[in-house]
Design a protein around this ligand. Structure first.
Ligand code: SAM
Length: 232
């Protein structure tokens, strides 16, 4: 597993370790697998945020909204895409290990002159959106909680598989995953001035069975858009 400076067991057999490349999540049972870390300079994330930015369904769904709350930030890939398109993105992540990975990725990216301007548009807080308080609203609130049937999304994607192992364990020890998930949409609607965007698996139903105003559908995922009509 190479040299590392600090390591800490963090649930479901995974180890959070700090090495010269930063913070990473590893499975000690899979010593040949590279650590999962947040690396905004990686090829895939760079391609996604450079090429045909306007054609991305997430950005089409967010539309002209400038101030976005990403209430379920995860490893920050969607937030980075939105920030690459010039959005100001405030991120919330409730899981301490996922938050630590993302905070470390942001720190390293902030030191990279090519990435720093994008990172400057992103802020991160460790918080559970369901108990979070803020003054004012956001142009858009984005929700991408764990997909209802995680194993499909995780297939072949190590990052998502690790994330699911961590987050699902935390949720099952907290209990009532479904009731918590059902609170996300009404809460997001309360924080949005313009719209709420919900990422879903393409073939799954709407969140809370609530029909969106419109959707952008891709091969694997779909972005459901709920428009908010407010007086202010
Ligand atoms: C599927 S991941 C998000 C992936 C993210 N969109 C990305 O691009 O990397 C879902 C994340 O939402 C977080 N989450 C779920 N419920 C939350 C809540 N109520 N408040 C804050 N974070 C939450 C989970 O801990 C998990 O890290």
């Amino acid at each position: 597993m190479g040299q590392f400076l600090h390591g800490r067991r963090c649930g479901n057999g995974l180890l959070l370790r700090f090495d010269a490349a930063g913070l990473g999540l590893v499975d000690p049972g899979e010593p040949k697998t590279a650590p999962v870390r947040v690396d905004f300079s990686a090829g895939a994330i760079q391609r996604r945020s450079r090429d045909s930015l306007r054609g991305q369904n997430l950005l089409r769904a967010i539309g002209n909204c400038e101030a976005v709350l990403d209430a379920t930030a995860g490893l920050g890939r969607d937030a980075f895409l939105m920030a690459s398109a010039g959005k100001r993105v405030r991120m919330l992540e409730c899981h301490p290990v996922v938050h630590a990975l993302l905070a470390d990725g942001l720190r390293r990216a902030g030191e990279d002159p090519d990435l720093a301007p994008t990172i400057a548009g992103m802020t991160l807080e460790q918080a559970d959106f369901l108990g979070w308080k803020a003054n004012g609203r956001f142009d858009a609130v984005y929700l991408d909680p764990m997909f209802p049937k995680p194993e499909k999304r995780a297939r072949g994607k190590k990052e998502m598989a690790f994330l699911q192992r961590l987050v699902n364990q935390a949720e099952s020890s907290r209990g009532s995953r479904d009731s918590a998930a059902s609170e996300l949409l009404p809460r997001a609607l309360g924080f949005a001035r313009g719209r709420v965007v919900v990422k879903r698996p393409s073939r799954e139903g709407w969140m809370n069975d609530c029909k969106p105003d419109f959707s952008y559908r891709g091969r694997l995922s779909r972005f459901d858009v709920y428009l908010v009509r407010t007086e202010d």
